[in-house]
Design a protein around this ligand. Structure first.
Ligand code: PEP
Length: 254
């Protein structure tokens, strides 16, 4: 049985103080608990410490995730953050391979794979993103495109506990555009992802890995995605920037 997951990607939004205020607001919104739903918030790197303190001091019912990591342990990599540093600040999850990092910063599937290995060796749960462009979708090759991404992103991973590796399917054309994939579109690709995982890691492991949908998910449409067999939650951008809308999505998943 897979617990659902709702993860918020704040992207490059919220100053340190604004991040603390948002996290405190989320604590209030979720004071009744989150049931079996795993909730993760992923602030910008400079906000991690502040949100970590809110989680610790207020006993928040959510976990802390980073938005990026570098795969080396330490050294001359100006501007980067090592897995160990994330552990030290209380992060338990980390987004990797987001389409914005692939598109603007040249992150490749090989990088995503190395980052997943580095995170997992430090006990951090990767939230590994995949998804096709509008061009690929219109060419009708989106399923094979994403399957290839998954094969490269997961190559050689050792997944002992499938609850500790998460995939987010995010069609690029639906991110921040207000244009959502339908629940059936999401299921088509998420189902293919699970089959690919079963071929690589066996059915039992594949059945334990959470596959999230992301792309203009909001309180009004999240239930439709969650109703699909292979969609286990959502990675939320815009709608995670307000405590009430993000909390409403968590409640819809409960
Ligand atoms: C995202 O960037 O991960 C995302 C899903 O963004 P939005 O919800 O704003 O489309």
């Amino acid at each position: 049985m897979r617990n659902r997951m709702i993860a918020g990607n704040w992207k490059m939004n919220k100053t340190f103080t604004e991040g603390v205020v948002l996290a405190q607001g989320l604590v209030r919104e979720l004071e009744g608990g989150t049931g079996d739903v795993d909730v993760v918030v992923c602030p910008p790197t400079v906000d991690l410490k502040g949100v970590s303190e809110v989680i610790e001091q207020e006993g928040a019912p959510f976990s802390l995730g980073a938005q990026n990591v570098y795969f080396e342990e330490s050294g001359a990599y100006t501007g980067e953050t090592a897995p160990d540093m994330l552990v030290g600040i209380g992060a338990t999850h980390c987004i990797i391979g987001h389409s914005e990092r692939r598109g603007y910063f040249g992150e490749t599937d090989e990088d995503v794979n190395r980052k997943a290995k580095a995170l997992m060796s430090h006990g951090i749960v990767p939230i590994s993103c995949c998804g096709e462009s509008l061009e690929v979708r219109e060419a009708g090759t989106h399923v094979s495109f994403v399957v290839e991404q998954i094969k490269k992103d997961t190559a050689g991973l050792k997944i002992d506990d499938p609850s500790k590796y998460v995939i987010a399917y995010e069609p690029i054309w639906a991110i921040g555009t207000g244009k959502t994939a339908t629940a059936d579109d999401a299921q088509e690709v998420c189902g293919a992802i699970r089959e690919t995982l079963a071929e690589a890691f066996g059915q039992e492991v594949a059945d334990g890995i959470r596959i999230l949908y992301g792309g203009s998910a909001k309180p009004e449409n999240v239930a439709g995605f969650l109703g699909k067999d292979d969609v286990d939650g959502a990675l939320v951008g815009g709608a995670s920037l307000k405590a009430d809308s993000f909390a409403a999505m968590v409640k819809a998943a409960m």
